[in-house]
Design a protein around this ligand. Structure first.
Ligand code: ADQ
Length: 458
């Protein structure tokens, strides 16, 4: 792949001019991997009355070229909030009850992908490697092919991939699967998701599978499992540096010697926040010895607030948080701190390191990078304990965590109790295993493996 330009396409392009912390796994992982000379194409994040057809181009200090287009209000509503986030997101996370299908949104989703393809095609060079990211852009490969783009195109899905029994509920399941099969390479976080895709392609589309590839229209789409990772060494260094910073001092002073438990998520119904907080309340009820001895800090970043389910989640959490604080607080101790705003990455790294446990309990998650960040941030001499959902992609690599069923608040409570009372030797032994996984399967390795596989076929 050396010498070939990398073209990354994602729904949202985080422009170098944007300030402030970003809460979102994709931006974070790719930022670690884009090399000077690469092109990153996608949506600017802006909505315009009449968006221009040609992309705006800028070059970052990192030497990466950025080309972006705006979306119209109706594209934003139908393509982004509608089909992407109100149909595909819940479907891919096994939440059929939350899928609100409308044909108009499906067509807008395809039309925006066509518009992306029309804007991107003129920027392409013959030996580019094109890497498309995530569910918003599933049909982009087909749309590029329709414009005569013959370069190798890979796709990576950052969410889970459900089994065909779930996928069949989507009215356009055949078209969505066929669009995936139009790529040269389709990547998933885990072997489970890869198998589900191959099973869906054979069961629903009737394609034949040979050695992990399915053939459609004279092309072969190969499916691979490549787990995304983080810049573990960089994150560990940031955590160690933050340990002596002023924010950590303030945090420690506020804890007054109590143990810190931490949760960090986008405010998304896939993250299992109500069940997690319920689990914390059960801990305080079942094991009163932890009252006054632990403080739970939940950091939640706003997300997709123009989708009704997200607003409902936020209101539900306000009630749950108020209930716990009202029931268990004392005049000099508050069990739960809840902030709806992103923290800077450096601050976050330090807070992870200060936390005796992280509670990462999504109901479903493609990977979950918070789990990996927490592991990387620990002091190996005195590491904290990771509580992790069995249904996060990360559980496939992080089996040395305390794995829980995220739907069961009692199991979460018992895992918290086990974490808070775990002996030093066991914490270290578990941490060694977790760290071995996080420091080997890094963001750099993720990009390298995917791109090597993509380049290999061409
Ligand atoms: P997300 O659903 O966004 O990503 P995740 O993998 O946890 O989930 O990544 C979130 C990133 O944003 C992390 O780097 C985290 O530190 C940061 N973040 C989250 N909340 C934050 C907050 N309140 N303040 C500051 N930073 C915050 C999607 C998929 C995941 C998959 C990733 C990458 O849903 O399953 O792991 O893409 O593929």
């Amino acid at each position: 792949m050396s010498g070939r330009r990398l073209v990354v396409v994602s729904n949202r392009v985080p422009l170098p001019t944007e300030r402030g912390p970003r809460a979102g796994g994709l931006a974070v992982a790719l930022a670690d991997a884009l090399r000077p000379g690469a092109l990153w194409f996608g949506w600017s994040g802006r909505r315009a009355a009449r968006p221009a057809a040609t992309p705006a181009e800028t070059r970052g200090e990192d030497g990466v070229a950025y080309a972006t287009i705006d979306l119209s209000e109706s594209e934003y509503r139908l393509y982004y909030s509608g089909f992407s986030n109100n149909v595909l997101w819940p479907l891919l996370h096994f939440r059929l009850g939350l899928v609100h299908y409308r044909a108009e949104e499906y067509h807008a989703w395809r039309a925006v992908n066509d518009r992306f393809a029309a804007a991107l095609a003129p920027l392409l060079r013959p030996d580019d490697l094109i890497w498309v990211h995530d569910y918003h852009l599933i049909p982009l490969g087909e749309a590029l092919r329709a414009r005569g783009v013959g370069q190798r195109i890979g796709f990576f899905l950052h969410t889970p991939f459900p089994p065909p029994e779930v996928l069949r509920a989507l009215p356009r399941a055949e078209q969505v699967l066929a669009a995936l099969a139009a790529y040269d390479l389709v990547g998933f976080h885990t072997e489970e998701f890869r198998r589900s895709f191959l099973r869906a392609a054979t069961d629903i589309l009737g394609l034949a599978e040979t050695d992990g590839a399915v053939g459609l229209g004279g092309r072969q789409a190969r499916a691979v499992a490549v787990p995304i990772g983080i810049d573990a060494a960089g994150f560990a260094a940031a955590a160690a540096a933050a340990a002596t910073g002023s924010e950590l001092r303030r945090l420690r002073a506020s804890l007054a010697g109590r143990a810190l438990a931490i949760g960090v998520d986008r405010l998304d119904y896939s993250k299992g926040l109500p069940q997690r907080l319920d689990g914390f309340a059960r801990l305080l009820a079942r094991h009163p010895e932890h009252r006054r001895r632990v403080s739970f800090l939940q950091v939640a970043a706003r997300s997709r607030e123009d989708v009704a389910e997200y607003r409902a989640l936020r209101e539900a959490l306000d009630r749950i948080v108020g209930g716990i604080i009202g029931q268990y607080s004392e005049f000099d101790w508050v069990p739960l701190r809840y902030m709806i705003r992103p923290l800077r990455r450096e601050t976050l790294a330090g807070f992870y390191r200060a936390a005796a446990m992280a509670v990462v309990t999504p109901l479903r998650d493609g990977m979950n990078l918070v789990a990996k960040e927490y592991v990387a941030a620990q002091d190996p001499a005195d590491p904290g304990v990771l509580i992790l959902s069995r249904f996060a992609g990360a559980a496939a690599e992080l089996g040395a965590a305390l794995l829980v069923n995220p739907y069961d608040p009692d199991e979460i409570a018992e895992a918290m109790h086990a974490a808070l009372t775990m002996r030093h030797a066991e914490r270290q032994a578990r941490h060694r295993e977790l760290a071995a996984a996080v420091f080997s399967a890094t963001a750099e390795r993720f990009c390298g493996q995917f791109l090597a596989a993509l380049a290999a076929g061409g």
